[in-house]
Design a protein around this ligand. Structure first.
Ligand code: FAD
Length: 278
């Protein structure tokens, strides 16, 4: 039975160490391999053992060899019970208490050899450059903008003519964002809506403002087609100058949540605003 021992000096990352340690386990051709249970060993050797098809145990305080039988001693239950156990699996890695490593090697008559982790063996991804970052176009979330523009579910609802106007809504919203440089916020109802996911590709759950969304810090906020319910408006707690456009004079914004509420059709209002900004 062959017993090998490795000392491992210096530092190494998990990505570098695992392939190097696995290669050393395979190259050693030993039945039992002793290593000192340093933080580096405890971090990477279990993964290396798995990769090399070896078994591993840690926290060994004694290793006893009797012919082909090797047994390990380890404390359990906070040093209350000293257990002695053995394994049939080979190779078997035994990570000892680091302070006892030299004594354990000496008791077995094994001379430890230094194990150099080969950085070249690392499979860590190296980034040489970014060819195309993102595919979603320009971000509609602009934390540095002075204005937060919130679009609510009303943009997807049937309007006075009894029909929805998703394309017109999308064009009006993106037109305003482009002209004003505002950051786009949304209500939960809107970002959760499947039809909005299709028609309003410029927004996602990342735009959601509120209790379960973001709490942006823009100086001013303009809410459109959003009812202004408490779970949404708590996300506005850092926005001090607030205006809203809603058809409903009794909406949440009217209950002291906005400085000014325009009771009006947001389609018409924002279309006119876009014309004025042109
Ligand atoms: C635990 C919990 C957490 C939540 N977290 C959040 C959260 O983080 N963020 C959030 O937003 N919500 C959250 N909600 C949901 C929230 O309570 C409301 O359901 C949601 O904000 C409603 O969205 P909305 O106002 O866009 O839609 P709606 O309630 O459907 O309101 C649509 C509004 O559009 C108006 N409207 C329609 N057409 C026009 C038009 N042409 N012009 C002007 N106005 C128009 C209507 O009058 C109506 O007021 C949460 C709820 C719960 C229970």
């Amino acid at each position: 039975m062959k017993i090998a021992a490795f000392t491992i000096d210096g530092n190494g990352t998990f990505a570098q160490d695992v392939p190097a340690f696995a290669a050393a386990i395979a190259a050693a051709g030993a039945d039992v391999i002793l290593v000192p249970g340093t933080s580096r060993v405890r971090r990477s050797f279990p993964a290396a053992a798995l990769r090399a098809g070896a078994a591993i145990d840690t926290n060994a305080v004694a290793v006893l060899a009797d012919g082909d039988k090797v047994s390990v001693q380890r404390w359990a239950y906070r040093q209350r019970i000293l257990t002695t156990f053995t394994r049939k699996a080979r190779p078997w890695i035994i990570a000892t208490d680091p302070a006892l490593f030299a004594d354990i090697c000496a008791s077995l008559g094994v001379q430890p050899e230094p194990l150099a982790a080969d950085a070249e063996a690392s499979t860590r991804t190296k980034i040489n450059g970014v060819v195309a970052a993102g595919t979603g176009g320009e971000s509609t979330i602009k934390p540095d903008s002075p204005l937060l523009f919130v679009a609510g579910a009303g943009w997807t609802k049937k309007q006075a003519d009894g029909a929805t106007h998703l394309d017109e809504a999308a064009a009006t919203i993106t037109g305003f964002l482009a002209k004003s440089g505002a950051s786009l916020g949304s209500s939960k109802s809107l970002v959760d809506m499947p039809e909005a996911a299709k028609a309003f590709r410029f927004m996602s759950h990342m735009n959601q403002v509120g209790q379960t969304g973001a709490t942006p810090r823009h100086a001013k906020g303009l809410s459109t087609c959003c009812h202004g319910e408490e779970p949404h408006v708590v996300g506005w707690r850092f926005v001090n100058d607030r205006r809203a456009v809603n058809l409903d004079a009794n909406c949440g914004w009217a209950q002291g949540k906005a400085d000014i509420l325009y009771v009006a059709d947001a389609f018409a209002v924002m279309k006119r605003v876009n014309e004025l900004l042109a």
